[in-house]
Design a protein around this ligand. Structure first.
Ligand code: NI
Length: 222
């Protein structure tokens, strides 16, 4: 499943974040890529104290986002990476490592996300292209919007022609490892919200909550 998340950050917060990132130290993005991805990755990543201070801001925004939580059922979220691509930079087709990080931060990457931080009209090129069963999807969003997609898909960032593409990226280990199971739980959450909105009886909603909760007992790997 691929999902667009609206308003993870307000446009104002996204712009503020980008301003602060402008003052961070930047280095070659290849340091955090796996062996195969390193060969096709050409971008810069923020490092140092300023970047570390901003990671929590993005993480908390995601943890507050009801659609993200319902779709991803996060068990752990990787440290957030801030990336930028100047003209000529790109991230060629690759798939993300299945297991990332070391020690406490070790996780299975089920889902990847990209939070866009620059207005789409401020740079040419730079779309995130993700291979799906419905063909290649091209994603280029506005500041504060994010896309959630399978980390195991083949995906790329198209070359930047003009301007600078700024983004925050990260990975999620889900409580529910199976994509099909996660999607069913997400559909049930959406249905619950619709029924509640339509004024369904509390007893019916309780039955639905029971079913979702018992599916979690079957499927969750906490
Ligand atoms: Ni990737």
């Amino acid at each position: 499943m691929m999902l667009i998340l609206d308003a993870v950050l307000s446009p104002e917060d996204a712009m503020l974040l980008r301003e602060r990132l402008g003052r961070a130290a930047w280095g070659d993005g290849r340091v955090t890529a796996g062996a195969a991805a390193r060969r096709v990755k050409r971008n810069e990543q923020a490092r140092g104290e300023e970047a570390a201070a901003l990671q929590g801001f993005v993480r908390r925004a995601l943890e507050r986002h009801a659609v993200f939580v319902s779709a991803a059922r996060p068990r752990r979220i990787s440290p957030i990476l801030f990336s930028r691509y100047a003209p000529g930079m790109a991230y060629g087709p690759h798939t993300d490592d299945a297991v990332m990080g070391t020690g406490e931060q070790r996780l299975r990457a089920d889902l990847a996300f990209t939070l866009f931080l620059a207005p789409s009209e401020s740079y040419e090129g730079g779309a995130l292209r993700v291979e799906t069963t419905f063909g290649v999807q091209e994603i280029k969003l506005e500041p504060g919007q994010a896309v959630l997609y399978p980390a195991g898909s083949i995906h790329e960032v198209a070359p930047i022609l003009t301007g600078v593409r700024w983004a925050a990226v990260g990975w999620v280990e889900s409580l529910v490892p199976g994509a099909a199971e996660r999607e069913l739980l997400f559909q049930l959450d959406q249905t619950r919200a619709q029924l509640a909105e339509a004024g369904a009886e509390e007893s019916a909603l309780l039955r639905l909550d029971q079913a979702v909760s018992n599916l979690m007992r079957l499927w969750a790997r906490p």
